[in-house]
Design a protein around this ligand. Structure first.
Ligand code: ZN
Length: 738
């Protein structure tokens, strides 16, 4: 799989000194030195947390007899890999299966390559997960069980889109629930593996209209299968919910089967039915975003890690990466540039994901990637102690709303909820503010109250209960920064009369969303009485006005607000003789700032985040950073990094140490891979706040291999001379003497 997100422009902008907060004595925000943070689900008992480095070998059908298992086992040893995912069954069985219709590789003969690899990996003390892929079958399977095949909306069985000899299976019917259940039982019983991992186990190639899907959906809802793909259609909505529930049932069924054959083992889906279900069911989980493609920024691998951690907490997660070019043309036997692989994996590691290299085909055509992955894994092995994270350290939580993505198509063509999140994500990266994602399904006080600021980047679809949870967070002293249509819709995407959080924002919906707007601006004004600029305009004092966004929600304030940012309505942009503002000044606020108890609330009624993603105006980035800094309300940041470049900064606690990861994103080709070469940045000055009650005993730079003299408790200043791709400031900690 590849990771692609839409982008419309490139960026080269550097974050300046992140002087948005004064250095101050040590914060209350920090985690207790001895306790894991509240709201972190416990690590499940079992093997799951042990492996730090994963490998996956996906065999192709003609590998048996042609590939050299010993070559791979030697390589796994050199990688210090401690878990492997190995091809076992599904489309092709790589062991002598006894399950009828389970197709043995035509090259299998009397061999058992899966069993041989299992044995070899076990001798290397590796955990083993068997890979299955249930999404396609051959003619004989269709002949025996025509009802196992997916059916399109015209009532025709679905041929495989890439291999016309195969048929696509129905993921929600007896093929998976019964046939694959037998396959999974056989694999785990016979080989006592630690788990089953299925690729493409959810519906493939469009919605299925087979007899089972028709009947099961009707039994569950009383409805016929929907013909529309419009998520706002009530029938479609019920279908999506039913499909998710059905996949959760399948997960539970396979998991029960796997555990009945080996109580230590688990079923691991590649791609959970929903993030919420992963949070509820998974002991271990992986993201399958193997490389970037198109205009995916490199930080997107870190974003996938943050998404998964927002439901998994402390439970182990892995990041599957490939070594090949991941573009739509699917060159599965290709090899990427070394810097590109390095950067993608570094982003995952810096954001709490364990590396999982995947390779298709036991026979290699291009071996250039082998030493590259070996270097990455060797670094990881040598510094494992500092990569066994207990908890992230961040003051900012960005709400991750799956239901907004699913049920809210945006307010108009050109508005897409995800673009707001991506713009905010990029602004936070540029601001060098460590942050976490907070999943909408788990808005409990113990999870929310870890953060000083909760950010709603057009979190449009929120339920009443979710709004209430956010209201409670503000009442307990939390700050909120919200943009655009946040809470204007319910959890099913139905528009409300007013924002669900109108009382928190201090404004009401005035009934209209304007846009796309041409040639609109924002006036930035000092306070009329003091002539001083508000904190949110820091660095913009010489700008009387800046460009506006593209969409705005018309709102009516329900109380008095300061007016540092006001609207200049659109005026003609052609002919040039007509390009002058018709209304140069208004009293319409485009930023609403208020204090609520110990917290602060900033509501921005326009699409600053979405426009930032599209246009990347440095003024918008600065304004966002300042608003976030204002919302921090004097709370010191966990880390500040000075120096040039675009850097992803993350902070972690381990049992006896803490780390600051610095990933250099300021390379040419940052916004479009593959990287040609690494352009180092540095020097950087890193100021880290050592948690209360602890002091530093040793400071190391893991990549440079140098150490620095510790400077005791409080704020530690570390000079990092240079960063190629990834540097980690590792700080050993011990209790401070009282
Ligand atoms: Zn079906």
């Amino acid at each position: 799989m590849t990771d692609q997100i839409s982008r419309r422009d490139f960026l080269y902008a550097t974050a300046g000194a992140s002087g948005w907060l004064a250095t101050a004595p040590f914060p209350a925000l920090e985690l207790d030195a001895s306790q894991p943070p509240a709201g972190t689900p416990a690590v499940p008992a079992g093997w799951f947390d042990r492996p730090m480095r994963w490998v996956q070998l996906t065999l192709v059908e003609n590998d048996p007899g042609r590939f050299d298992p010993q070559f791979w086992l030697d390589y796994f040893r050199r990688l210090h890999a401690d878990a492997a995912t190995l091809s076992a069954g599904g489309i092709v069985a790589y062991y002598p299966t006894e399950v009828p219709l389970h197709h043995r590789s035509s090259w299998l003969g009397t061999s058992d390559p899966f069993g041989e690899l299992v044995k070899g990996c076990r001798s290397l003390q590796m955990n083993i997960v068997a890979r299955t892929d249930p999404h396609a079958v051959r003619d004989e399977v269709r002949a025996a069980h025509p009802d196992w095949i997916s059916v399109n909306r015209n009532g025709e069985p679905v041929r495989h889109w890439a291999n016309r000899e195969l048929w696509v299976t129905c993921a929600l019917g007896p093929y998976n629930f019964e046939f694959m259940d037998q396959v999974h039982r056989e694999i785990v019983s016979r080989y006592k593996v630690d788990g089953i991992f299925s690729n493409r186990w959810a519906p493939q190639g469009g919605d299925c209209y087979c007899t089972h899907c028709q009947k099961n959906f009707k039994d569950a809802t009383g409805l016929e299968l929907p013909r529309t793909t419009d998520a706002r259609d009530p029938g479609r909505r019920q279908y999506l919910e039913w499909r998710t529930a059905r996949l959760i049932d399948l997960w539970k069924r396979w998991d029960a089967t796997v555990q009945s054959a080996n109580p230590e083992a688990r079923y691991i889906p590649n791609g959970p039915p929903s993030m919420k279900s992963a949070g509820e069911l998974a002991a271990i989980q992986f993201t399958d975003n193997q490389a970037r493609r198109g205009l995916t920024p490199p930080w997107n691998n870190g974003r996938r890690a943050k998404e998964l951690r927002s439901v998994m907490g402390r439970r182990p997660i892995g990041g599957i990466f490939s070594v090949g070019v991941e573009e739509p043309y699917r060159w599965k036997d290709s090899v990427q540039s070394e810097p590109e692989i390095q950067l993608w994996v570094a982003e995952g590691t810096a954001n709490g994901m364990r590396p999982w290299v995947t390779k298709f085909s036991g026979v290699l055509y291009d071996r250039r990637w082998l030493p590259v992955v070996e270097r990455i894994y060797d670094w990881h092995y040598r510094h494992e102690r500092y990569l066994r994270n207990e908890s992230p350290v961040a003051a900012i939580g960005l709400l991750y709303s799956e239901q907004t993505g699913r049920y809210h198509p945006g307010v108009a063509a050109g508005d897409r909820a995800e673009d707001h999140v991506l713009g905010m994500y990029h602004a936070l990266i540029e601001a060098r503010m460590p942050f976490e994602l907070v999943h909408e399904a788990f808005l409990t006080p113990d999870r929310l109250d870890r953060f000083k600021v909760l950010v709603l980047a057009d979190a449009a679809a929120l339920s009443d209960a979710q709004c209430e949870a956010i209201r409670g967070y503000v009442e307990r002293g939390g700050s909120v920064v919200a943009t655009f249509a946040s809470s204007l819709y319910d959890e099913w995407g139905q528009q409300r009369k007013d924002f669900g959080l109108a009382d928190i924002f201090g404004v009401s919906f005035a009934g209209r969303i304007e846009g796309p707007m041409q040639n609109s601006y924002l006036n930035l004004d000092p306070d009329p009485s003091t002539r001083k600029h508000h904190q949110v305009l820091r660095g913009l004092e010489d700008a009387p006005r800046i460009i506006n966004g593209v969409f705005r929600v018309d709102v009516r304030p329900t109380r008095e607000f300061p007016s540092p940012v006001t609207l200049v309505p659109s005026y003609p942009d052609l002919p040039m003789e007509d390009v002058y503002p018709r209304v140069p000044r208004t009293e319409t606020r485009e930023l609403y700032l208020r204090e609520v108890g110990r917290g602060r609330v900033a509501y921005i009624p326009w699409d600053i985040d979405r426009t930032f993603w599209e246009v990347l105006s440095p003024d918008h980035g600065r304004l966002l950073r300042n608003v976030l800094g204002w919302a921090m309300n004097q709370e010191p940041a966990p880390v500040e990094v000075d120096g040039r470049g675009v850097v992803d900064v993350t902070v972690w606690r381990q049992r006896d140490s803490m780390t600051v990861h610095l990933v250099n994103l300021s390379n040419p080709m940052m916004m479009k891979g593959p990287l040609r070469e690494i352009i180092p940045i540095g020097p950087l000055t890193v100021r880290v706040r050592v948690p209360g009650g602890l002091r530093a005993t040793k400071v190391k730079l893991l990549t440079a291999g140098t150490s620095a003299a510790p400077q005791g408790a409080g704020t530690l200043t570390v000079q990092v001379p240079t960063v190629d791709v990834h540097e980690v400031v590792a700080i050993d900690l011990e209790p401070a003497k009282r």
